[in-house]
Design a protein around this ligand. Structure first.
Ligand code: 6PG
Length: 246
């Protein structure tokens, strides 16, 4: 299996500076076609610096924010002000620093009824993308991270959520901390995107990156391996530590 397209950067700072340029490029492409630029944001810690940069005047002013719609790739079953909330991370690193700049964002709330919350977010996606009840959204860009266990979004190894193909969003059993129920976009949505961009940094990911890139196809064990847009571009941005086993 050929390796996905990837670039290696000296560190997370360099990786994030390239990622922000890619974000702007894809945004300008969408806007040039008078379209909205719809993005699914990743959670975790790696993309925080990218979000900081997006709110920095040097980059912020190159984005047509009124044409941007921000969604989430996954969310943890915690309150939006919880330290483990992906929404809180995005709020701290992007929304608050953007200040007066109006941004359209659709938080993925995961509360006491994850199945109902998943259905609610599916409706949010259908409305946002103007889909019929059987339509699958085609994101212009989906940002993803990868855990050391090979998970992406909240698609964890050997969990039932890997096999949900008749829904856009599903409740997901966690495989790593925080051990709370999650919501996640499903593979049909991830693999329908125009562009998928993995941002992966850190020595702890190196062995898993090697397995995902060069190992046997083991999508149950390495869910990140199964992210292969059917009619879109997949790219991995790695720092040197995460690429050190390649
Ligand atoms: C989440 C993320 C998850 C994340 C990876 C990597 O909600 O946890 O969506 O898929 O991208 O766990 O996390 P780090 O960037 O913190 O290593």
């Amino acid at each position: 299996m050929p390796r996905p397209i990837y670039d290696v950067y000296p560190d997370k700072d360099a990786l994030s500076h390239h990622a922000v340029e890619l974000f702007i490029h894809h945004c300008q492409q969408a806007v040039a076609h008078q379209a909205m630029f719809r993005v699914a944001l990743s959670g975790g810690s790696t993309p925080a610096l990218l979000y900081d940069l997006l709110a920095h005047p040097e980059y912020k002013d190159r984005i047509v924010w009124e044409k941007v719609e921000l969604y989430f790739g996954d969310e943890r079953g915690v309150p939006p002000d919880d330290a483990d909330s992906n929404f809180r991370m995005v709020k701290e690193h992007l929304l608050e620093p953007l200040g007066e700049t109006q941004v359209t964002i659709f938080p993925m709330m995961c509360g006491l009824d994850p199945d109902e919350d998943a259905r609610h977010y599916e409706e949010t996606l259908r409305a946002g993308f103007g889909l019929d009840p059987h339509g699958v959204p085609r994101f212009d860009l989906i940002l993803l991270g990868m855990g050391a266990d090979g998970h992406t979004a909240s698609l964890f190894p050997h969990k039932a959520s890997l096999h949900v193909t008749d829904r856009l969003v599903t409740p997901a059993e966690p495989g790593l901390k925080p051990f709370v129920t999650r919501l996640t976009l499903t593979y049909p949505v991830l693999n329908n995107a125009a562009h998928v961009l993995f941002l992966v940094a850190g020595e702890d990911k190196a062995e898993t990156v090697k397995r995902v890139f060069d190992g046997e196809p083991l999508p149950e064990e390495l869910p990140s391996q199964a992210v292969k847009p059917t009619d879109g571009e997949l790219m991995w941005l790695l720092d040197q530590s995460a690429a050190s086993s390649l």
